[in-house]
Design a protein around this ligand. Structure first.
Ligand code: IDP
Ligand code: MG
Length: 138
């Protein structure tokens, strides 16, 4: 059983679709084993997205990600890192397939509703960025 880190972004909390996104996650057979609603500071958002520092969209991404509430989650399931990336859909919602979260709830970049870890290493880093072990209760 694998775990991954997921984030419902400020554009999606603003649209009041956190429950709808959770339903898509659960309908895909993925378990939400930890979850909280928080707001990142710009500094935190910058650290979280450090891998993108220097890219043209970095400043806008940091601004957007700290602009409102987000829901951070730990997801669990078989091969869940890859499966959740598939359920999210393409980074650009314009290219996302039918049935994906980004197709259903994304807008124009950087507004694409959700984040999901892209590897076991980033999953470990991103989970520990937001969650203490005691908060992951299964
Ligand atoms: P991912 O979220 O699908 O892993 P990344 O390439 O890691 O995509 O980019 C991180 C986030 O940065 C995206 O989810 C999106 O919000 C934003 N982003 C990526 N590419 C662009 C772009 O070309 N313009 C504006 N924002 C972008
Ligand atoms: Mg990424």
């Amino acid at each position: 059983m694998q775990t991954t880190f997921s984030m419902i972004k400020p554009d999606a909390t603003a649209k009041n679709v956190t429950g709808a996104i959770n339903a898509m996650i659960e309908n895909a057979g993925i378990r939400i084993i930890a979850q909280k609603r928080i707001q990142m500071t710009p500094t935190q958002a910058g650290q979280f997205y450090a891998e993108h520092k220097g890219k043209p969209f970095y400043d806008g991404l940091v601004e957007m990600m700290s602009s409102g509430p987000i829901v951070v989650q730990v997801l669990q399931g078989e091969d869940v890192i890859k499966r959740y990336r598939t359920l999210m859909g393409a980074t650009n919602p314009a290219n996302a397939e039918e049935g994906t979260i980004r197709k259903a709830f994304g807008g124009e970049l950087p507004y694409n509703a959700v984040h999901g870890s892209d590897s076991p290493e980033s999953a470990a880093r991103e989970i520990s960025f937001f969650f203490a072990q005691t908060e992951i209760v299964g």
